[in-house]
Design a protein around this ligand. Structure first.
Ligand SMILES: NC(=O)c1ccc[n+]([C@@H]2O[C@H](COP(=O)([O-])OP(=O)(O)OC[C@H]3O[C@@H](n4cnc5c(N)ncnc54)[C@H](OP(=O)(O)O)[C@@H]3O)[C@@H](O)[C@H]2O)c1
Length: 330
């Protein structure tokens, strides 16, 4: 592919949101040692992608300008660099591109790890959504939360805040694979949707009952997967079992402060910040669960690469139900 040009979408400064995205024609990259060139079929958007554009992690992310964003891709291997052993040309894969990004383009470079094979039963769009959102839900529940995704344990009461979003819609479904009672919060328009994912009880976050997080059946929570912002620790604390844990996926200064205070006071109720970097074995676990029909991806909206800025704007509005996906025309 040396010398060939491709369509891509990049930004060259912080801020500006969807208006800062530019359609560009740039050379197709060449895979180096341990890398593969993939023809992108679908790529999904996470809030971290536009938060990075806003400068939340400057100067580390993005590593340079102009930057082709997005990391969660499904595509076909079209070229392999030296040293790649697990994959060959023609393989359909799903992977996380990490800090270099590059997913919002016709072709992208992917490392051998954490890529996994995508079986034909799982569509490219569905698979691309699993990467950050699915791995975060899985990691928060099982590694941070200690939940087993079978029915072998005692009943665990789980709360998922924002059960309608990218992470939360997976968290509700995954939690229900364990022996759990799941309460979730969402907006009124999504109550039936979140119930359809398996939630036993749903609270409208815009009502006083929803804001209080009180379970309608009076249960206290053993584990909270916190997928939104703006809920004080005191509200969680009042609704936790004596050893209940809150896993905060958008940790700010307040989370770090309360985490430290809880440690210093030997509190058995815990608030734990969590940032997840998707691993191959987690992506594979999710792909297998999807292949077996145990979880599904719900796609809010999909856009062709030529209209990527509309998908970007949709994600930035913060009202997607499930995931936002960009698909490359074939
Ligand atoms: N730590 C990590 O590794 C990690 C990984 C992934 C994501 N995250 C973070 O986790 C958060 C959620 O990400 P996401 O991709 O799931 O977001 P998302 O898909 O953009 O969330 C959109 C959904 O949030 C709902 N919502 C908004 N405010 C709410 C509230 N106060 N209570 C309940 N629901 C509310 C909206 O419902 P309405 O339209 O009805 O308002 C909408 O359905 C983000 O802050 C993201 O940065 C962290």
């Amino acid at each position: 592919m040396t010398g060939k040009l491709m369509q891509a979408v990049s930004y060259d400064s912080y801020g500006k949101g969807a208006a800062g995205l530019k359609h560009v024609e740039i050379p197709v990259p060449t895979p180096g040692k341990g890398e593969m060139l993939i023809k992108v079929e679908a790529v999904s958007i996470n809030p971290v992608d536009w938060k990075m554009q806003n400068g939340v992690a400057r100067p580390v992310f993005p590593p340079k300008f102009p930057y082709v964003p997005l990391t969660d891709v499904a595509g076909e291997v079209v070229e392999v660099g030296s040293g790649v052993e697990k994959f060959k040309v023609g393989d359909k894969i799903v992977t996380y591109l990490g800090r270099p990004g590059g997913g919002l383009a016709e072709y992208a470079l992917a490392k051998e790890s954490p890529a996994v094979q995508r079986p034909p039963e799982v569509s490219a769009a569905d698979a691309s959504c699993l990467v950050v959102a699915g791995c975060t839900a899985l990691h928060a529940l099982t590694v941070s939360g200690g939940l087993k995704l079978d029915k072998s344990e005692q009943l665990t009461n789980v709360l998922v805040t924002n059960g309608s979003g990218g992470v939360g819609h997976y968290a509700v479904q995954l939690a229900k694979l364990g022996n759990t009672h799941v309460t979730a919060t969402c907006g009124a328009r999504n109550i039936e949707f979140v119930k359809s994912l398996g939630a036993d009880e749903v609270l409208d976050y815009k009502t006083p009952e929803g804001a209080s997080l009180k379970s309608p059946s009076g249960l206290k929570y053993d584990l909270v997967i916190h997928c939104t912002v703006g809920i004080p620790w005191s509200t969680f604390k009042a609704n936790l079992t004596p050893t209940g844990k809150v896993i905060d996926l958008t940790p700010g200064g307040g989370t770090i402060w309360n985490y430290a205070v809880n440690k210093l006071t030997f509190s058995k109720k815990q608030l734990l910040p969590l940032i997840v970097v998707p691993k191959g074995e987690e992506i594979e676990c999710l792909v297998n669960l999807m292949k077996e029909g145990k979880i599904k991806t719900v796609i809010d909206s999909r856009y062709p690469l030529s209209r990527a800025e509309e998908g970007w704007a949709k994600s930035m509005e913060g009202h997607a139900t499930g995931k936002v996906v960009i698909e490359c025309e074939t």
